[in-house]
Design a protein around this ligand. Structure first.
Ligand code: NAD
Length: 378
């Protein structure tokens, strides 16, 4: 396919215009075979720690997508990755020639795994190249950047997802089920903690506001926001927040510790805690007739859970990243739900901005009008 027809092809796929041709994309496991693609090629943009130790290994374990290309600013990594993952010569890109990916049929999805402030630029460039986009979390560093990504993907007719791996984890779906079916009664309170202690390299991009867009809130805080939402089943209608600092010499211009309280339309409340100067990885949901909790709640796994009736919540461990990328590939190939759409990333950024606004106004309650934005029901 030439570059224009390839672009149109992705567009047709995402807008459903291919009609029955979609059937031709069904994987072998669905019992249908033909000459069409059965697995989508993914280009990883940014070969830092998450790509190296999580995403690339996970792509060896996916059924509907595979690693087909890399985009790196580090020359030395090119040959190493090419050899390790058996990549074709024309599938190695750098940040400067990235836009020429438009003519590469081996790439269907571009996965942006760069520092947060670079997400919008590369996601929009990927969309303009006619590629579907996975953008790592947090989706961007402010709401207007999220809008720009969403608009670009809509305009180019490509699909967009945020790298929220927990949305593909079976434990998350179990929590959603308990909430939906009121297994322990109505939810009254959610407590969520997402924190780790940052030490060492003060030059890292997560401690640089221009690159990270914030600190703990932008990094781990989005997990606490997400668990508060799927722990109650609703988007918050108000939020108040506080910021704490005990190591200002280390956290010079990024947030160290943030707590926030949310109210939900059901009457439930949530407390969230996020920090780069404390450890914690937990969610607990208290209901009318009992409780359930996950600890760890959002690490790479295995996740672990228990309930007030003495049961453990258990699912065999599978790479969350493999599940996540397969979910997105299936969404493109088979029209299944997009479990982490761009609207979800934008919604979380609206909440992030409300938290920062509340902190700037000494904890003043911020009202939110999110409706069901970003809530996915399968
Ligand atoms: P990292 O520091 O390990 O890698 C960052 C990559 O970006 C490196 O390859 C680096 O060379 C490149 N880069 C390009 N320009 C840069 C610049 N100006 N400054 C610094 N690096 C630059 O970071 P990471 O842990 O791989 O995180 C990358 C993204 O993935 C972030 O958005 C992060 O939030 C996200 N992430 C998500 C998860 C998850 O569980 N979903 C986990 C880890 C990281």
């Amino acid at each position: 396919m030439n570059k224009i027809s390839r672009r149109n092809f992705n567009k047709k796929l995402s807008t459903g215009l291919l009609g029955t041709t979609l059937i031709g994309y069904m994987p072998l496991s669905f019992g249908i075979t033909n000459n069409e693609k059965k697995s989508l090629g993914i280009a990883l943009v940014g070969l830092g720690s998450y790509s190296t130790y999580q995403l690339a290994p996970a792509l060896q374990d996916t059924s509907f997508c595979h690693l087909s290309a890399i985009v790196t600013g580090t020359k030395d990594k090119e040959q190493i990755w090419k050899d390790k993952y058996n990549l074709a010569e024309n599938c190695i890109y750098n940040y400067e020639n990235f836009d020429t990916i438009i003519s590469n049929d081996a790439v269907d999805i571009v996965y942006v795994v760069l520092p947060n402030s670079m997400h919008a630029d590369f996601s929009i460039r990927a969309a303009k190249a006619g590629k579907h986009v996975i953008c790592e979390k947090p989706m961007a560093i402010n709401v207007s950047e999220c809008d720009a990504i969403i608009d670009a993907c809509k305009k180019e007719g490509v699909k967009l997802s945020v790298g929220y791996r927990m949305q593909s984890d079976p434990y998350t779906n179990e929590v959603k089920k308990y909430v939906r079916e009121k297994t322990f009664g109505s939810v009254r309170h959610v407590s969520s903690t997402a924190a780790y202690i940052s030490r060492g390299n003060t030059q890292q991009w997560r401690l640089n506001r221009a690159l990270s867009g914030g600190g703990a809130l932008m990094n781990m805080g989005v997990y606490a926001i997400q668990t508060s939402i799927y722990g109650t089943g609703y988007n918050p209608i108000s939020i108040s927040a506080q910021k704490f600092s005990t190591r200002p010499e280390y956290f010079k211009n990024t947030d160290e510790t943030i707590t926030a309280q949310m109210e939900f339309p059901s009457g439930a409340v949530a407390n969230m805690f996020t920090s780069h100067n404390a450890s914690g990885n937990r969610m607990r949901v208290s209901c009318d007739n009992g409780w359930f909790e996950l600890e760890p709640a959002h690490s790479y796994g295995p996740i672990s859970g228990r309930t007030s009736n003495g049961n453990t919540i258990y699912f065999p461990h599978k790479s969350q990243q493999a599940l996540q990328m397969d979910d997105f590939a299936k969404h493109i190939l088979l029209g299944t739900a997009n479990v982490a759409p761009g609207e979800m990333g934008k919604r979380d950024m609206i909440i992030v901005e409300a938290i920062y606004k509340s902190i700037a106004e000494n904890g003043k309650k911020q009202l939110l009008d999110l409706g069901t934005m970003g809530i996915v029901t399968k």
